[in-house]
Design a protein around this ligand. Sequence first.
Ligand code: ZN
Length: 294
Amino acid sequence: MNSSKIVRAITKDGSARLFFEDSTAIVQKAHEIHGTSKTITAVLGRALTAASLMGCMLKDKGDTLTLQIRGDGPAGVILCISDYMGNVKGYAQHPEIELPPNAQGKLNVGGAVGRGTLCVAKDMGEGEPYTGSCDLVSGEIAEDITSYFAISEQIPTVCALGVRCDTDCNCTSAGGYILQLMPGASEETVSALEKNITLIPSISKAITEPEADIYVIDRIFSGLEYEIFDEFDTEYRCTCNRSAFERALISVGSEELSEMISEGKEIEMTCQFCDNRQTFNTDELKALLRSAKN
Ligand SMILES: [Zn+2]
């Protein structure tokens, strides 16, 4: 299983749209890269799924969305970056911490995240990136995303996210949906949707259904005419390469580069998103120092 899948549907009258994602492969890849504990697999998995779903609301190739969750809990900062096709990468500052289950016997995502803020930045290529933020409601992430859309983008939204792990901390299922009302939605549509979302009490269980996408979309749009307008594969993707590391080294400035060179040692750098490691010897650092000075 290499890719995850996003399916987008809209009611025939255009008054509501639903983005569904099975992100199991993305979350498992994140677990393998970062060695996340069960709880942090759930924390990071939910954040990656949300960022991926929000990414595919961007308009153009090259646009990126950054979701940052800054809570005071032991997980530390969670950072995810996605593109307009929902491809996503991310990390949690403290991937290995583990917490006892919460009062409901579930992975304690809210406890790991804590209280703080959720920030979204959308870089659309030109000008300053759009940024918005809100306070975390519960740290459970889905509720926080719902609140973000209500407060920062004024779009009535329901977000559901779920991650399940086995005893080895591997992700067995992950996914979620974002349901949004478009301007002019009728009261009948709103009340139908409010009733329908209760048909899926557990999104992590729904993801395990055969044809989970149809299972979820059929229930949420139950009684409403709708069409699926597209579906596509998406994956955990980091686009870092050696020249990105070189640019990062140049950006530290000539003073620090000179210091590294005078120490005469190889410098090893690691990408925090994909664990790609690159080493630079003294000669290579000297060449970068010349670029830094130009
Ligand atoms: Zn990378």
